[in-house]
Design a protein around this ligand. Structure first.
Ligand SMILES: Cc1cc2nc3c(=O)[nH]c(=O)nc-3n(C[C@H](O)[C@H](O)[C@H](O)COP(=O)(O)OP(=O)(O)OC[C@H]3O[C@@H](n4cnc5c(N)ncnc54)[C@H](O)[C@@H]3O)c2cc1C
Length: 382
């Protein structure tokens, strides 16, 4: 079978790419090892940034009927409330099982060929051979197969670097232990080193997790147990589930020739908030558009330079976020940061506006920098 574009991975990045390209009339194969609906370890926080991206890519508003929406959030630090914010731009809590199934169905509806539930045996730049022996090929391949990407491994020998990768642990707390409707949406700075903890109420359960950079947290399970105990939950009652996540170390060159990487496979996760769904959908769309333009020009090998140009803004934001996070997460600056966060309503609100997609990192950096003590500023410049 010959296609214009092969997309490997049908999460937010892959389904966005496949939908975008199929809607332009291109022959697209959407490949995933899983059958949908399937679970994906994730907080499922779907911000207004995600919602706007969803609208831009899929051409309709996101159906929130299976989500919980909140306009209040509590920030904690080492067991004490740091701030409770009211009237923030809404935050939506989804289950990835539902969300990803919806995105996948959009792609099929747009005309992508369904290659889900198929294990890949072999991969080259433009062909995929499945375990049953079937081979399909395409002029352009988009690797949207997540943090453990086999496409990234095929191109670069490894899916990610162990020095800079993030890692998260989560459990779903059933309503018998906690009624999600009465739980606040809560984020705990310092629940992990260079990371945080979260408690996200959903319809039917509460997702509780801890995540951050993997290297400074060799004891993430112990940190998570402590966090659960602090929430009044018994760590012995549930099995933790873990998953890597890119956390600031994006790929400067997200592909090679006619092969592009999108979403987690390209390392596109916000290094402060850990938000990856919006960037996955956006990069999927940008990869697909670069592929479409390259195909229209009759030069599939030009897809990568086109895509790199399209990603410039995202990369710039992530670079600034990586610098900023030093003053948020570095243990030596935490005290000063939490004091600033507690004191400055503007910094807190700007942070929430960032999550809502109403402002970007360059703007946030300007606002934060204006309010920082001089010694922190100097640390940031170094
Ligand atoms: C613990 C944790 C909590 C998080 N919380 C949030 C949050 O609250 N909000 C947020 O915005 N982001 C969150 N993230 C980040 C978010 O989950 C990811 O950034 C996002 O899922 C990336 O989407 P993607 O499409 O690139 O990859 P994925 O969602 O990982 O999708 C990849 C797809 O590729 C398929 N695949 C993988 N390997 C193969 C293969 N060999 N062959 C075929 N198919 C394959 C998989 O089955 C999967 O369907 C969290 C991440 C973690 C780990």
């Amino acid at each position: 079978m010959k296609f214009d574009i092969l997309v490997i991975g049908a999460g937010p990045a892959g389904s966005a790419a496949a939908t975008w390209a199929a809607r332009q009339g291109r022959r697209v194969a959407l490949i995933d090892k899983a059958r949908f609906p399937r679970d994906k370890l994730c907080g499922g926080l779907f911000t207004e940034r995600s919602r706007a991206t969803y609208r831009a890519v899929f051409g309709q508003d996101f159906d929130l009927s299976r989500a919980i929406s909140r306009t209040e959030i509590a920030f904690w630090h080492t067991g004490r409330t740091l701030a409770v914010l009211h009237d923030i731009p809404p935050l939506h809590l989804t289950m990835r099982r539902d969300l990803d199934d919806t995105l996948f169905r959009h792609a099929l509806h747009a005309g992508a060929a369904d290659y889900s539930g198929r294990a890949i045996a072999q991969l080259s730049d433009n062909t995929v051979t499945f375990r049953d022996g079937t081979t399909i090929s395409g002029d352009i391949l988009i690797g949207a197969d997540g943090v453990n990407s086999i496409v990234a491994r095929h191109l670069f020998g490894a899916a990610f670097s162990g020095d800079s990768i993030g890692f998260g642990l989560e459990i779903e707390v059933p309503p018998t232990a906690q009624d999600p409707a009465n739980q606040p949406l809560r984020i705990d700075f310092a629940a992990a080193s260079w990371g945080y903890g979260w408690s996200f109420p959903k319809q039917g359960s509460t997702t509780v997790g801890v995540g951050g950079l993997h290297a400074p947290n060799p004891d993430m399970k112990a940190r998570f147990s402590d966090y659960l105990l602090g929430l009044g939950l018994d760590p012995a009652q549930t099995r933790f589930k873990g998953h890597y996540l890119p956390f600031g170390d994006f790929r400067q060159t997200p592909g090679r020739g006619p092969v592009l990487l999108a979403g987690d496979a390209a390392g596109l996760v916000d290094p402060i908030t850990g938000e990856g769904i919006a960037l996955a959908m956006q990069s999927g769309q940008l990869a697909a558009q670069a592929a479409l333009d390259a195909l229209a020009a009759g030069a599939p090998e030009t897809a990568l330079p086109r895509y790199r140009t399209a990603l410039k803004d995202i990369h710039r934001n992530l670079r600034i976020a990586r610098r900023l996070r030093r003053i948020i997460f570095a243990p030596r600056w935490q005290k000063a940061f939490t004091a600033t966060f507690r004191r400055s309503g503007t910094v807190r609100m700007q942070y929430m506006r960032l999550l809502a997609g109403e402002l970007d990192y360059p703007e946030l950096a300007r606002s934060v920098v204006a309010r920082l003590p001089r010694y922190l500023l100097n640390a940031l410049r170094r």
